[in-house]
Design a protein around this ligand. Structure first.
Ligand SMILES: [Zn+2]
Length: 481
């Protein structure tokens, strides 16, 4: 997730007095899914560790995507690679007919945060990427859940279609949005996913809607001392624009976030710069709020161009909808999480987590393996956007958040990379796989549940017709050597 939602709850470490008795409480099919995940535990862990070590960033996840797709194929899934114009996007399907249950897996890393699986900061590859959002676990865990369902289908115990989505580039352009544009989610009854976190939750929180765009200014170069009167500075236009944006901050709702990076702002002082470029995001709790602010930002760009006597241009790159929560789905998931029981950690794992907290100056609370009760949806989500938001407007979406790292440390940082490459992360991944597989058993077995989930989805959508922010044209694939 782009700037991950991190819930800074100060909780005690997992208590070993909780008993893990899922196998005695779960139905036969759910028990079979738990056993399946345990049977494949080593393979899934290996897959996750492999992707962790590759640490490939958005749309360059060739080895990571291949590892997941190859595993799915070896498990008997029909795999379509390179879908939606992205070489690293794929689908893996098993079974036929309705219902169609989808499950998504991400696998992109973040640049510059390479880290060894150790509790103090030390890069595995200097300046390399790292899984600071735990997407190595995300992809492998979701695929493990899909495999568990496939095995029940092979035994004739479930009917329908299970489809795994290998979704690249969550951290940049939002691969899922391009996959959605191709209609790849249109026939899905319910879709699931999970995300690494600092506590276990059946997610009831939305995420921020956002629009990601470039603002460019084109002026006229001139000698900065000899004839500046003949020049028109693109940087003047950019400065006027950013000044306008920063004045606008006073006049937006508190839930709005605007942030930018200057990508190009002249080369040398003694040339009037003819080109300037800003990369900017506007976020709010709802897409409608983003649109209001974005309309004003576009006016500011126009005005700034006029002030400086330069051309201005705004180009949308991508954007996310806010996540549409589905309470019925979350309640179903919650029951399965409670059946599974908390994640139990060893003293070594708790010490590992506390060491990270100590190094980062956070309270040394260890790890939170508890199953938290279902929470009420907050009016305004905490900071963060995800392309899962877009999918949640196309198909009802259920998300489980699972502990893979300690609280009180920086997300998208080295500590999350460290935990994602060792047993703390692995335990979270296996818990996610089990809880998702059990919830899919409910969805396959219970048509009334699917109807209820769809009814809530339609009510929350209130007739809105989904339309992504994506510009026309293919995904912006990176230049690669
Ligand atoms: Zn993420």
């Amino acid at each position: 997730m782009k700037i991950k939602i991190v819930t800074f709850l100060f909780t005690v470490a997992a208590c070993s007095s909780f008993a893990q008795s899922a196998k005695t409480k779960a139905s036969p099919n759910k028990t079979a899914t738990i056993q399946s995940v345990e049977k494949h535990q080593q393979e899934l862990t290996k897959l996750s560790d492999e992707i962790w070590a590759y640490a490939e960033t958005a749309l360059k996840e060739h080895k990571s995507s291949k590892a997941l797709a190859d595993y799915a194929e070896a498990q008997g899934f029909t795999v379509k690679r390179g879908v939606a114009g992205m070489p690293t996007a794929f689908t893996a399907e098993f079974g036929s007919g309705k219902p169609v249950i989808g499950i998504m897996g991400e696998f992109d890393a973040l640049p510059g945060i390479s880290q060894k699986a150790m509790p103090t900061k030390e890069a595995l590859v200097p300046n390399g990427g790292g899984h600071g959002c735990g997407h190595n676990l995300f992809g492998a865990g979701s695929l493990g859940a899909a495999v568990a369902i496939k095995e029940l289908m092979q035994q004739g115990k479930l009917k329908g279609t299970i489809r795994f989505y290998g979704t690249p580039a969550e951290e940049s352009v939002g691969g899922k949005i391009y996959m959605a544009r191709e209609g790849l989610f249109n026939d899905v009854d319910v879709c699931l996913d999970w995300h690494p976190d600092v506590e276990n939750n059946a997610n009831m929180q939305s995420s921020q809607a956002m629009v990601d765009f470039i603002v460019e200014f084109k002026g006229k170069a001139a000698h900065a001392a000899a004839d500046p009167r003949n020049g028109r500075s693109a940087v003047d236009g950019m400065e006027a624009f950013l000044h306008g944006v920063n004045m606008l901050r006073e006049h937006v709702r508190p839930s709005v976030r605007m942030h930018y990076a200057i990508m190009k702002g002249g080369d040398v002082p003694n040339v009037v710069p003819e080109y300037a470029k800003v990369w900017m995001w506007v976020r709010d709790s709802k897409r409608t709020g983003v649109e209001d602010v974005f309309a004003r930002v576009k006016e500011i760009a126009k005005g700034a161009g006029e002030i400086a006597g330069v051309e201005s241009k705004v180009t949308i790159q991508t954007g996310d909808y806010e996540l549409l929560v589905n309470k019925k789905g979350a309640e179903t998931l919650q029951k399965n999480m409670e059946t599974l029981g908390p994640i139990i950690y060893t003293p070594e794992e708790i010490a590992f987590a506390k060491k990270i907290q100590e190094v980062q100056g956070g309270e040394q609370t260890g790890l939170d393996g508890k199953i938290h009760p279902l929470k009420a949806t907050e009016q305004h989500p905490q900071g963060g956007s995800t392309d899962v938001g877009d999918i949640s407007w196309i198909v009802p979406e259920i998300t489980v958040l699972v502990t893979t790292a300690p609280a009180n440390t920086a997300w998208h940082g080295w500590s999350v990379v460290a935990c994602g490459g060792m047993s703390i992360g692995h335990k979270g991944m296996l818990f996610a796989a089990k809880s998702l597989a059990m919830t899919m058993v409910d969805l396959f077995e219970n048509p009334q549940l699917r109807t209820d989930i769809r009814k809530e989805f339609d009510e929350r959508k209130a007739g809105h017709v989904y339309k992504s922010y994506l510009p026309d044209g293919p995904p912006p694939l990176p230049m690669e050597k």
